[in-house]
Write a protein that binds this ligand. Structure first.
Ligand code: ADP
Ligand code: MG
Length: 223
């Protein structure tokens, strides 16, 4: 069983005595290599869903299963290990570490894992595929927005995760750079059998993904 499963996921935030119910009994199964679009209005719960699927936030009820095993009772350390080994992340803002070079940013997940075998080859291969071989020694501030996002994609891909979560990954980019990122993500996902879960407003991106959902009224509607 090679999948990531959300089973009857509900999420309510409580702030200042108010309860905000964001997700209600939501179900979703993501199989190897699936590409999933999650669109929906701002505030509909897309980021919340991605955070719960990625074990970064905890659902109020329901279960997240990875490869047939429940993750609900794992410690935060165990969840970190799962994330490091299985998940990659790309956000609207690139979240690169500003003090590290492009090379060091891309290499970071492998270094955190202690997976140093062929690290240099892996980083250089990926840098080539994102078209930034000549920028490896630069700090992020020297790059354009689109280039930074390409580095963020490379960093998410370097440990060949089973799943990559992308939360509005092209939200800060112009049309040309957005299109470059979309093509890059689709190509790397296809070549490596990586499942994509993309929260996006971008209809061009949605059209490239196989399974399309709209988050509405606290649940997913297939579109
Ligand atoms: P989207 O990504 O679709 O814009 P979010 O998942 O960010 O939506 O937010 C869904 C709802 O949950 C919004 O009403 C938001 O204000 C609320 N929300 C998100 N995170 C928190 C939090 N940490 N505490 C309280 N409310 C939150
Ligand atoms: Mg969001």
């Amino acid at each position: 069983m090679n999948n990531l499963k959300a089973i009857n996921i509900s999420k309510t935030y409580s702030i200042d005595g108010y309860d905000i119910e964001v997700l209600n009994e939501l179900n979703l199964t993501i199989n190897k290599g699936d590409t999933v679009a999650i669109s929906g209005q701002s505030g509909s719960g897309k980021s919340t869903l991605l955070q719960i699927l990625a074990l970064l936030d905890k659902q109020s009820s329901g279960s997240i299963e990875l490869n047939g095993d429940t993750t609900d009772n794992l410690s935060s350390n165990q969840k970190s290990q799962i994330r490091l080994n299985n998940f990659g992340f790309v956000y609207q803002h690139h979240h690169l570490l500003e003090d590290l070079s492009v090379y060091e940013n891309i290499a970071l997940p492998l270094q955190l894992k202690g997976d140093l075998l062929d690290l240099d080859i892996k980083v250089r291969d990926l840098a080539k595929s994102i078209g930034l071989s000549n920028r490896l020694n630069h700090l992020p501030w020297k790059l354009s927005g689109g280039e930074k996002q390409r580095v963020a994609v490379a960093r998410a891909m370097i440990n060949k995760p089973q799943y990559i979560f992308l939360d509005e990954p092209t939200g800060n980019l112009d049309k040309k750079n957005a299109s470059n990122i979309q093509k890059l993500v689709m190509e790397l996902s296809h070549d490596n059998g990586i499942a994509l879960i993309v929260a996006t407003h971008d209809n061009d991106f949605v059209s490239l993904l196989n399974r399309k959902y709209y988050l509405d009224n606290r649940g997913l509607v297939s579109i």
